[in-house]
Structures are given as C-alpha cells and as structure tokens.
Design a binder for this molecule. Sequence first.
Ligand code: PNS
Length: 164
Amino acid sequence: MKRAITPGTFDPITHGHLDVITRASQLMDEVIVAVAASPGKNPLFSLEERADLARRATAHLPNVSVEPFEGLLVDFARSRDARVLIKGLRAITDFEYEFQMAALNYELGKDIETVFIMSPPQYMYLSSSIVRELASLNSPVDQFVAPFVAKALQEKYAGLRSGC
Ligand code: PNS
C-alpha cells in the first residue's frame, strides 16, 4: 500500500492544489491531504474551515482524505505510516523554498522522501495568496477555485469589511 501526504496551508485550496492532489492520487494507492495549522502565516481561514474546503474539493477522489495537523510534517507523516511527501512545483521561484523544506525534512526524517510534481502551465502563476488578494478586492476568482471556495472567500471578506 503506497500512501502519500500532500501537505500545505491551503488558505484556501485552489485548482492548482487540486491538480497536484489529483495527479498524486493517480500515482499512489492512498493520498492524505495534510492541512497545516501554519500559525506563523496568520491564515485567513481557520484550520477547520481550510480542511472542510479541501474535503469538499476532493470529495470526488475516492482514495483521497483530508486531515488537519499541527506540529512537524514528518511526525504527522510517520503517524499515518506514510513515507512520501508530494508537493507541487510551479515556477523557478518556488524552487529555493521547496528545496530548503525538502532538505530540512530529509534531516528530520531520512525515512521520508519528498517528491515534486510540476504544475501545468495554466497553474504556474496561481497561488492562494493571489486568490485571496483578488477576492479581497472584490474581483471574481471563479476560474481559480471551486464555486464553494469562491463563495467562502466572498463571505469571509464581507464579514471582515463589516467587522464581523
Ligand atoms: O502551502 P504552504 O504554506 O507552502 O505549505 C507549507 C507547509 C505547510 C508544507 C510547511 O510549512 C510545513 O511542512 N509545515 C509544518 C511544520 C513543519 O514540519 N515545519 C518544518 C518543515 S519546513
């Protein structure tokens, strides 16, 4: 049984994330989308909200599950008996950060391998932060995220604007 983890902050999950998760699910028997608490990134959505959106976005993939986690990624991977971390790689700008994380994770857990999947051209520029910025400026984000994610963004920013 080949089980992999696709980790991220998923604030919120985009079509780019879904592309990587889908391709990982075709390579592996089982994929766990690990939604990191990432408190240092001060996420827009709560951990449970991010996990819920990721669950809905991957509901059609039978061998994919979603779990929120806190703490070290390698510890989470071990606790789920997974030895492979699968990450998406967009442009060369991602490389240094991902290279550093892969090297660190290797130091922390030599039994765990990081594997990269290249983003297709149409998602090279796409990131959660770009989607958040567009939504915060009331610009439509329907071509980048699932409809319920676009709605959640709209509601979140409407709430923030009204002080709720
Ligand atoms: O989507 P992101 O924010 O680029 O994902 C980064 C993530 C969540 C994979 C990374 O920050 C992470 O692994 N966080 C868990 C804490 C950890 O293990 N840190 C040490 C490795 S950098």
